[in-house]
Design a protein around this ligand. Structure first.
Ligand SMILES: CC(C)(COP(=O)(O)OP(=O)(O)OC[C@H]1O[C@@H](n2cnc3c(N)ncnc32)[C@H](O)[C@@H]1OP(=O)(O)O)[C@@H](O)C(=O)NCCC(=O)NCCS
Length: 385
């Protein structure tokens, strides 16, 4: 058997490996803090809009009034999607998983972009604005078609999130709902070198275009260990059904060594600061909710208390951003199958910001594998095997 002279240290899943320097996002897993470009996530979630946070991520500074207005106008003017992409959505929406439709539709946006191959920073920024704007349109249209309705053209002169809700629901959303979805978009916009951002960077590092890179990001986000965890967490809450069943369910799941989705994190060994923001929303909405939403909120709050008592301090397993989203999205009228597509519609800003930054000093990703198989085997002709 072939063995290298020195057995290398293998960092399974790249655990603990730094892949680059970055000024975009600081995740403090020990203290449970998160900063975008130096600004604490709770401050941004409280005060900002998704457009403002996207600008911050892309340009590295908060926009002044004029800069924000001009950025909003750019996004506003890019909301429409080409007919070819609409046709793809029509063809796939009911036959495929929404993330599969999203992945294909985003990849197909190249049909209306003459600058695909222009990798200059200015062209990339223009493409990124298109992507940030159009992904929300695609997600809303997938949602509408799956609900048996038809496309609604984007509205002009309203905010990004307000327009997303308008396209999805066919009516104006109230201010609290707009604020909540803005909060979700902000919380999910960025998270350093998570799997989908890394996948984006790997593809981009080959100098493939931003559409290819982002399509990789969407593919990576699809998995239940990444973007899909919020769906799984809600499915668990729906299976629990009644808040009084929560304790038995959690006990049995933990005894059976089952993972509880929405808990644990590769980096956070403290309470995820995004989950803290969402818990505040949950407690607030609990006061005025009833029926199914109330039950889900109660299940979430009881499960969180139990899990924190059992696995928090002792094992460093705390709620992550995905745990509370299910009951909140249910309150917001977002169907479960759109949770991950919505995550993509927010994370697009982070993917783009990282790609811009990485391309400034691009280096092809090419890690190594430690080969442990045989070598120099005798080749036996097919008819002799
Ligand atoms: C996110 C995640 C993959 C990070 O895990 P990791 O750092 O690679 O740690 P591991 O999966 O190796 O788990 C380490 C230990 O903690 C336990 N653990 C981790 N997450 C757990 C969870 N959500 N519920 C119960 N136990 C959990 C594992 O069973 C394992 O126990 P063991 O040492 O007795 O085998 C993991 O916590 C997980 O699968 N969580 C659920 C999915 C989820 O919410 N993902 C969204 C992340 S934002």
């Amino acid at each position: 058997m072939y063995m290298a002279e020195n057995t290398p240290t293998i960092y399974q899943g790249l655990d603990g490996v730094y892949i680059t320097e970055s000024k975009i996002c600081k995740v403090d897993g020990t203290l449970g803090r998160l900063y975008y470009r130096g600004y604490s996530i709770d401050v941004l979630a409280q005060n900002s809009s998704f457009e403002e946070v996207s600008y911050l991520l892309l340009y590295g500074k908060l926009p002044n009034k004029m800069e924000l207005e001009s950025f909003e106008n750019e996004l506003n003017s890019e909301r429409d999607i080409p007919d070819g992409v609409k046709n793809i959505i029509r063809e796939m929406a009911k036959k495929a998983d929404p993330m599969e439709t999203l992945r294909t539709a985003v990849s197909a946006l190249v049909i209306s972009d003459a600058e695909v191959k222009d990798n200059s920073p200015a062209a990339n920024l223009r493409k990124m604005v298109k992507l940030i704007s159009k992904i929300s349109t695609i997600v809303a249209q997938i949602g509408r078609l799956r609900a048996g309705k038809d496309f609604i053209p984007p509205a002009k002169n309203i905010g990004h999130v307000e327009n997303f809700l308008y396209m999805l629901n066919g009516k104006a959303a109230d201010a609290k709902l707009v604020k909540f979805i803005n909060t979700m978009f902000i919380l999910q916009a960025e998270h350093s070198s998570n799997a989908s951002t890394f996948a984006t960077l790997v593809t981009g590092s080959t100098l493939a275009d931003i559409y290819s890179a982002v399509t990789s990001g969407i593919s990576a986000l699809k998995g239940p260990l990444h973007g899909g965890a919020d769906e799984e967490a809600l499915r668990m809450m729906l299976a629990i059904g009644n808040p009084d069943n929560t304790e038995t369910y959690i006990n049995e799941a933990l005894a059976g060594k089952q993972k509880i989705m929405g808990f644990g994190h590769r980096v956070y060994k403290a309470y995820d600061p995004r989950a803290k923001v969402l818990k505040t929303w949950l407690v607030d909405i609990d006061k005025t909710s009833n029926g199914k939403v109330k039950d889900l909120i109660q299940i979430a709050l009881r499960a969180e208390k139990l899990m924190v008592e059992r696995l928090g301090q002792s094992h460093g397993i705390w709620p992550n951003v995905d745990f509370f989203t299910g009951p909140l999205y249910t309150w917001a009228g977002i169907p479960i199958e759109l949770f991950t597509p919505l995550f993509a519609a927010a994370r697009i800003s982070g993917w783009c910001a990282h790609m811009l930054e990485y391309w400034e000093h691009n280096k092809l990703f090419r890690p190594l594998e430690y080969y442990t198989g045989p070598i120099n085997l005798d080749y036996v002709p097919l008819d002799k095997r």
